[in-house]
Design a protein around this ligand. Structure first.
Ligand SMILES: Cc1cc2nc3c(=O)[nH]c(=O)nc-3n(C[C@H](O)[C@H](O)[C@H](O)COP(=O)(O)O)c2cc1C
Length: 227
C-alpha cells in the first residue's frame, strides 16, 4: 500500500495505473471521503455532469466474473459512444510503446496472441480489484461535457493516490454498457451514457503488471509557447 501523501508534485510523480490489487476493501467512510473530495473538480458552468456508480466487495467480484465470462464468450460490444481510436503517427507509436511496457512487465511476447487476449480480459475482471466505479454522463451531452468528466476523473485519480489507493481508468469498461446497466438495475434506454470505468483498491505491490512504467513525450512534442 502506498503511503498517504498530500504533496501534489509528489503525487503526480508517483502515480501510475495499477492493474493488480489486494482483496482488502476500502472502509466506507474513506470511500465516501474520496468521492466527496473529488466533487471539488471544476466544470463548465458548474454543471458537474459526472454520474458515478460504485460497486464494492462481494458484488464487485461477482460482477467481475459475470462480465469477463460474457466477454470471453463473445458478447457483442455496443458502446454508448464512438470509441474508434484511429491512432496515427506519434499517437500510434505511443500506444504501441504503452502496450509493450505492460506486456513486457507481464512477460508476454508480442507474438503471443493468446497471452495478449488474456491480459485484455483482465480489464473485465477489474484486475482483481475489490471496487469498480462506472462513470457516465447524460446521453445528450457531448465533447464540452466530456471535458468536465475528464477533469473529474483526474481529480478522483489523484485524490485516491493521496489516500494510498491505486486505480486504473479503463476505456475498455465502456464496451459493454448494457451489461453494466443490467447489473445496476438501470433501464436499457437509461438517459446516461457509460464513458469508462475505474478499478481501484489497495495495490498488490508484488504483482508483475504493477511494475509497468510509461514515459511522457518531451515538452516540445505537446506544448508550444508564443510570445
Ligand atoms: C481515458 C483513459 C482510458 C484508459 N483505458 C485503459 C484500459 O482500458 N485499460 C488499461 O489497462 N489501461 C487504460 N488506461 C490507462 C493508460 O494506459 C495509462 O494511463 C497510460 O498508459 C499512462 O500510464 P500511467 O497511468 O501508468 O502513467 C486508460 C487511461 C485513460 C486516461
Amino acid at each position: 500500500m502506498s503511503e498517504p501523501c498530500t504533496d501534489l508534485f509528489e503525487l503526480l510523480q508517483r502515480r501510475y495505473s495499477v492493474r493488480a490489487f489486494t482483496e482488502q476493501v476500502i472502509e466506507p467512510e474513506l470511500l465516501e471521503k474520496i468521492f466527496s473530495q473529488a466533487q471539488q473538480a471544476p466544470s463548465n458552468c458548474n454543471t458537474q455532469p459526472w454520474q458515478a456508480y460504485v460497486i464494492s466487495g462481494e458484488r464487485c467480484r461477482r460482477f467481475a466474473v459475470q462480465l469477463s465470462e460474457a466477454v470471453a464468450a463473445g458478447a457483442p460490444s455496443l458502446p454508448d459512444y464512438e470509441v474508434t481510436l484511429g491512432f496515427f503517427d506519434e499517437y500510434r507509436q505511443r500506444q504501441v510503446d504503452c502496450a509493450f511496457a505492460l506486456y513486457n512487465s507481464m512477460g508476454i511476447e508480442r507474438s503471443d496472441k493468446l497471452g495478449r487476449g488474456a491480459a485484455m480480459l483482465r480489464n473485465f475482471e477489474f484486475f482483481g480489484a475489490p471496487h469498480v466505479v462506472f462513470v457516465a454522463m447524460p446521453k445528450t451531452f457531448g465533447m464540452v461535457n466530456a471535458l468536465d468528466v475528464g477533469i473529474w476523473l483526474q481529480t478522483l485519480n489523484l485524490v485516491m493516490e493521496s489516500h494510498g489507493i491505486g486505480s486504473c481508468i479503463q476505456g475498455a469498461l465502456a464496451y459493454y454498457p448494457d451489461l453494466v446497466r443490467k447489473e445496476l438495475g438501470l433501464p436499457e434506454d437509461d438517459s446516461m451514457q457509460i464513458l469508462c470505468g475505474i478499478s481501484f483498491g489497495y495495490e498488490d505491490q508484488d504483482a508483475a503488471p504493477n511494475k509497468t512504467r510509461t514515459v511522457r513525450a518531451p515538452l516540445a512534442e505537446n506544448i508550444s509557447f508564443f510570445n
